[in-house]
Unconditional design. Structure first.
Ligand code: AMP
Length: 399
């Protein structure tokens, strides 16, 4: 995939109708937005377009209306919040690309901003229906994709519309593509990837692809136990993807053949069972990774492993991290995940954290501003690491 894509700064937007796909999938409660983080993150792109005299037409999905018209998932609340942040009216359309949107888009003046309704109110959106893509395209002269979280989806508003309009990235997508793209295509070395999370089967292609690129691959979290089992260790009642033992053996052989260092836990924090409730009190002990007693369950990396992984991260020039090192929802079992987050925060390397749990851990610990890039898309960043072509990025014009 070509990561060198045009952004809004590479084209002339003044006087043009610009359809800008954002990620306004914000949490709401009783009709009120409970976190406006995603809206705030989109503001630099919106402000740039306004300040450069574009006629701005915003669109996004919110929640899962599944093609039904659900008033509680209207983007009106988002339009109101943007209006407060911008200090100017955001005109709300009553439909997605229907008669009301067409009329309002046609009446826009330079610097005006309007918002379409929730794109997933339309059944055609997630089917990438060409009719909907064409209708969306007919509103505008240029398409801007600034929603990385949905870039791995080929939907009408994320990719389909680009069949009919010149397409470029907004600032958020541009940052994701340039930083993660560079890390994968031309990383400063040593390049270390740290993978965690529950299951090996969720990250098969990520492991395979990263082994082609990294100098060191670190595996922690629930997925590490299947690797330990593949080494012939007994893993007690720890999480096991029994169908993936051969795959793990294959990956260990591939690492060796390629001269990639593969680091697995050398010690592990075990308990009698999975914590219930997940954040409840739990009695734990630390054992060597090759000596997990029968009936014990590995739930976090041990202290020696934390030091081993942290050293590898600190001596790297590029680090990518995706997935927690243990059951971090429980404070007793969060130490491994915190240690990795701390190591990335302390590292001089280019540090990239994949979306979801690891991103949340960095933010909760207050490390966000010490990380080079925290990806906004969980699924999208994983597909990126798999080396897949993301439809919402592939559709953008090359530089
Ligand atoms: P993922 O969605 O694949 O990133 O996995 C995240 C989940 O993996 C979190 O909810 C963790 O609690 C869970 N997890 C991490 N380590 C373990 C482990 N050793 N055993 C069971 N679950 C784990």
């Amino acid at each position: 995939m070509n990561y060198n894509k045009k952004s809004i700064e590479d084209i002339d937007v003044s006087g043009k109708r610009v359809l800008c796909r954002c990620d306004f999938n914000v949490p709401t409660k009783n009709g009120k937005i409970t976190s406006d983080k995603r809206i705030v993150a989109a503001m630099p792109t919106i402000e740039y377009l306004v300040n450069h005299g574009a006629k701005v037409i915003l669109c996004s999905h919110m929640g899962k209306p599944k093609g039904e018209w659900k008033p509680e998932l209207s983007l009106k609340v988002v339009a109101e919040r943007i209006s407060e942040l911008l200090g100017k009216e955001v005109i709300m359309a009553a439909d997605v690309a229907g008669a009301d949107s067409q009329a309002k888009a046609a009446a826009l003046k330079d610097g005006d901003v309007m918002m379409l309704e929730n794109t997933r109110f339309m059944k055609g959106e997630t089917k990438n229906d060409p009719e909907l893509s064409k209708a969306l395209a007919s509103l505008a002269d240029i398409f801007v994709n600034d929603a990385f979280g949905t870039a791995h989806r080929a939907h009408s508003s994320t990719a389909g519309v680009a069949d009919y309009l010149p397409a470029v990235s907004g600032f958020l997508v541009n940052k994701e593509v340039s930083i993660m793209g560079k890390a994968l295509a031309n990383p400063e070395r040593p390049f270390v990837a740290i993978l965690g999370g529950a299951k090996v089967s969720d990250k098969l292609n990520v492991i395979n692809n990263l082994l082609e690129k990294v100098d060191t691959l670190i595996i922690g979290g629930g997925m590490a136990y299947t690797f330990l089992a593949a080494k012939g260790y007994s893993i007690g009642s720890s999480l096991l993807d029994s169908e993936k033992i051969d795959y793990c053996k294959e990956m260990m052989a591939k690492a060796e053949a390629k001269g990639v260092k593969l680091l697995l836990p050398i010690d592990t924090v075990v308990a009698d069972s999975f914590p219930d409730p997940i954040d409840g009190d739990i009695a734990v002990e630390t054992v060597a990774a090759d000596a997990i007693p029968d009936g014990k369950m590995g739930l976090d990396i041990g202290e020696k492993t934390r030091a081993l992984f942290a050293d590898a991260a600190k001596s790297a020039k590029t680090v990518v991290w995706n997935g927690p090192m243990g059951v971090f929802e429980n404070p007793t079992l969060a130490k491994g995940t915190i240690a990795v987050a701390q190591a990335l925060a302390d590292s001089e390397a280019v540090t990239i954290v994949g979306g979801g749990d690891s991103a949340a851990a960095c933010e909760q610990l207050g490390f966000a501003d010490k990380i080079t890039h925290i990806s906004t898309g969980g699924g999208a960043s994983l597909e990126f690491l798999e080396g897949l072509e993301l439809p919402g990025i592939a559709c953008l014009q090359d530089k």
